[in-house]
Ligand binder design. Structure first.
Ligand SMILES: C=C(O[C@@H]1C=C(C(=O)O)C=C[C@H]1O)C(=O)O
Length: 318
């Protein structure tokens, strides 16, 4: 399934939209595997911590500078004229080329939850995903005679780490904001089920309409399998490395003790599952409807009484 569903024969097919979400699972898992190679490097996430950036007049963090520079180039290449791409940086330059002729799918809206995505990625995901590399760095530093805070500082891979961070953030952003397409397709399938709750601003009822627990359960089962398969260490012969642990990335089994013969992983599989269960799925549903800046609550904005009535009279699609 390609990730660009917008020009497919039926861009509002729920199956096609879900296919994009499933395909983004690989993008996110492999990007996290790449990031797990490097230590946390906390300095690159601290605003104003890099003197050379302040000399440039940039008072954000190293990562925010990477986002600003990369997204500036992508904006000139018209990336953000696409309705499924959302920048983390504001005040980007205009595109060099005219926008592509995207089909008019989404209702005009102002939903952009990237500040929340950036926050949970830095404070909850990064420390866990980089734990193994950070612990190895601290051990190396102690062996060099460094004790205390200096053990944990950084492995110097500021550019590589931030480059991968941007890839992870862009993939998570696309995945979460795709919730708008999910909402639109569910709304168009049965407008009269949604409209009374939109008019009464009943977010709970709208949340119940869009939530599919069986889809979420299947996703988390699939995700654990993918992260465990893709994240397993392989030897030069391409066979899984028999080592310690059960996919939490640091060689210690679920019971906190070393377990021989269980294989070894490049990534904390539990963290990948928690990323979706605790952050990506709930935020996708906030974008769909239940949050403070949701898509469906704005769905009737600008429509006339007649347009709303026509939607109410529309028979539900099977
Ligand atoms: C995305 C959908 O809507 C909701 C959000 C889901 C998610 O973020 O994975 C999965 C099922 C639904 O609860 C969907 O129905 O596929």
């Amino acid at each position: 399934m390609a990730q660009n569903n917008l020009f497919s024969a039926d861009p509002l097919s729920l199956e096609s939209i879900r296919g994009v979400l499933i395909r983004l699972e690989e993008t996110i898992i492999f990007s996290l595997i790449e990031r797990a190679q490097f230590a946390l490097n906390p300095t690159i996430y601290q605003k104003g911590a890099i003197a050379q950036l302040k000399e440039l007049g940039f008072d954000g963090s190293w990562l925010e500078w990477f986002l600003a520079e990369i997204e500036s180039f992508h904006a000139k290449a018209r990336r953000y004229t696409s309705p499924d791409e959302y920048p983390f940086t504001s005040n980007l330059p205009p595109p060099l080329l005219p926008p592509l002729n995207f089909p008019p799918i989404l209702h005009p809206n102002t939903v952009n939850v990237n500040p929340t995505i950036l926050n949970f990625y830095i404070h909850f995901i990064l420390p866990r995903i980089t734990a193994s590399a950070t612990q190895a760095l601290a051990a190396k530093r102690r062996a060099e005679g460094v004790k205390g805070a200096g053990e944990w500082e950084d492995d110097g891979n500021w550019g590589s780490a931030a480059t991968v961070d941007v890839s992870v953030l862009q993939a998570i952003s696309k995945r979460v904001h795709y919730g708008k397409f999910v909402s639109e397709t569910k709304f168009r399938a049965h407008p009269s089920a949604f409209i009374p709750h939109i008019q009464s601003q009943n977010r709970d009822a709208l949340g119940d309409l869009i939530t599919k627990p069986e889809v979420e359960r299947a996703l988390l089962r699939r995700l654990r399998k993918k992260a465990s398969l893709y994240g397993q260490e392989m030897g030069p012969d391409g066979e899984p490395v028999s080592g310690l642990g059960n996919g939490n990335g640091n060689g210690v089994g679920a019971n906190g003790h070393e377990e021989g013969g269980k294989g070894k992983w490049k990534i904390d599989v539990d963290c990948v599952v928690e990323l979706y269960e605790s952050w990506i799925i709930p935020l996708t549903k906030e974008v769909e409807v239940s949050g403070p800046v949701d898509y469906l609550i704005q769905r009737l904005d600008g429509l006339s009484e007649k347009e709303i009535q026509d939607l109410m009279d529309q028979p539900a699609k099977k």
